[in-house]
Ligand binder design. Sequence first.
Ligand SMILES: [Ca+2]
Length: 216
Amino acid sequence: MRNWTSLLWLVALSSSASAGPPEIPGTPGTCSRVPDRVVLVGSTDSRPDTHVGAFDVVVCRHAQPVAGASIIVSPSQNILFAPGVSLGRETDPPTTFEECPSQLLHFTADQSGTCRITITGSVDLAQQVASVAPAVSIYSNGILFGDLPVICYDLDGVGGLGAGDLSKWITLFSSGEPWLVADYNGDGVLGAQDLSLWLDVFHSGAETESARPLCP
Ligand SMILES: [Ca+2]
C-alpha cells in the first residue's frame, strides 16, 4: 500500500513539474533565451532579410524546452522606450496568426522550444528621443520575456534601402545625439562603423522593399 501511495505522489509531482508558466530568459538555470536586440528589416521579392534580421527565441519551463510554445512579438508599450515602431506584414517564418490594431505577431516554437524569427518593420524617426531606444516586446505563453531594443536600416520607411535612408542617417549623425535606432554596432553613439554597416546591408540587395505595414 505504501508503494502505491509513493507512486501516486511521484505521478503528481511529475505532472506539476510539467505545468506552470515558462521561465523568463536570464533566470539562473533556465534555457529560455531572447536576443539582445531586434533588427526590423525590409525585404526583396517579399522575402524578409533573414541574414540581418533572424533571431532565436527559446522557451523553457523548469530548464526543459517547451515544444510548441506560443510566442508573440509586438511594439513595446513600456514608457521607458521610444514609440514609433511599425511592424510589417512579411515575416519568416509566416505568423501563426496576426492581430490588428494592436500589431501582434504570433509564432509557434518547434519541438525544441525554439523559433527563429525575422520580422519586417520600420520606426518613425519623428517619434524618437535621443538616448532612448524604440523596442518590441516578446511574450511566451502569456509571460513577458522582455522589451528588446530595435534598430532598422530603412530609416524613411519607403522604397527599401536607398539615398533617402542614407540622408536620414547623416542627419541623425550630424545632430551629435545618440539616436539609438540608427546605432547599428550598438556602442551607444553614431559613427563610421554604423555607416559602414548600413552600406553593407544596402550593397547586399536584400532590402530593396520597405516593410508593408501590418496594420495600415
Ligand atoms: Ca528607405
